[in-house]
Design a protein around this ligand. Structure first.
Ligand code: API
Length: 269
């Protein structure tokens, strides 16, 4: 049996996903499709698959599957693109939207110019836990574990260009200390409100940006006394602004959301 699935390719600061409105195009085995469709030579090519759906607790729901088929709790860059999608495709005319995710309900504020959403601010909630890890031995550095729903390991270095991310990324992603694996960020402080960060994502490898990773990096920078509560996090594919609100304890992430193209693919099942 085959059926045609309409999808939209979008990215947040270069972190690109395949978006499917499952209220129109239900996906039977999203983990399998994420693997198949994320492949660059034989599929659509992406960092993963994001399913937009209905919810009885929020305006919409979002599920995110990495390129290896693993399902994550949340996707910061993806949530901004979902906000853009539902507004520009006419699923809502609201500019403040609630999104039901595995990491809880997130509130999105859409920044609209004319009929298009140019940027989105997401209330990402509070960081769930932080912990310092003093490695020693093969890894001569100290890292900070930060959970944003998704697990992150943030390490600050003097010169980020000296980090061999393709080598150390998968080693740390799969380290026994992290039974659920982890996303891996290396960051360099540029100034009291600017951080340069590169990321090896759990389940997807090196991506151009990671929204929850940018939040984790800004949190780690603040608790280590390296920056204030508001930072621009510059990643390979773009920049997001992170603010850790002192009153609410919530992290606000503001950044771009870009549509690339609409497509159609045959789903053989
Ligand atoms: N690889 C992540 C999920 C995608 C998160 C990232 N793309 C973002 O923008 O937050 C994980 O397995 O936790």
């Amino acid at each position: 049996m085959t059926t045609k699935i309409k999808f939209t390719k979008m990215h947040g600061a270069g972190n690109d996903y395949i978006y499917v409105d499952t209220s129109q195009y239900p996906i039977a085995d999203p983990a399998k499709k994420a693997i198949e469709w994320s492949k660059f030579h034989t599929g659509i090519g992406s960092d993963g698959l994001i399913l937009i759906g209905v919810s009885d607790k929020a305006d919409f729901s979002m599920r995110i599957f990495n390129a290896d088929g693993s399902e994550a709790m949340m996707c910061g860059n993806g949530s901004r693109c979902v906000g853009k999608y539902v507004y520009e495709y006419g699923l809502t005319d609201k500019t403040e939207i609630t999104l039901d995710t595995r990491s809880g309900i997130k509130i999105l504020k859409l920044h609209v110019e004319g009929k298009t959403v140019s940027a989105v601010t997401v209330d990402m909630g509070s960081p769930l836990e932080t912990e310092e890890i003093q490695w020693g031995g093969k890894y001569p550095f100290r890292s900070t574990k930060v959970s944003m729903g998704n697990p992150h390991l943030v390490t600050f270095v003097e010169d980020i260009t000296q980090i061999n991310l393709p080598e150390i990324g998968p080693e740390l992603e799969n380290h026994p200390l992290f039974p659920d694996r982890t996303n891996v960020e290396f960051a360099q402080i540029v100034s009291k409100d600017t951080i340069r960060m590169r990321v090896w994502e759990r389940g997807s490898g090196i991506t151009q940006a990671c929204g929850t990773g940018a939040c984790a990096t800004a949190v780690a920078a603040f608790i280590n006394g390296l920056t204030g509560r508001k930072s621009d996090v510059i990643m390979d594919g773009g920049t997001v602004t992170i603010e850790w609100d002192e009153i609410s304890g919530h992290i606000l992430m503001t950044g771009p959301a870009t549509k690339v193209f609409d497509g159609e693919i045959e789903d053989k099942y």
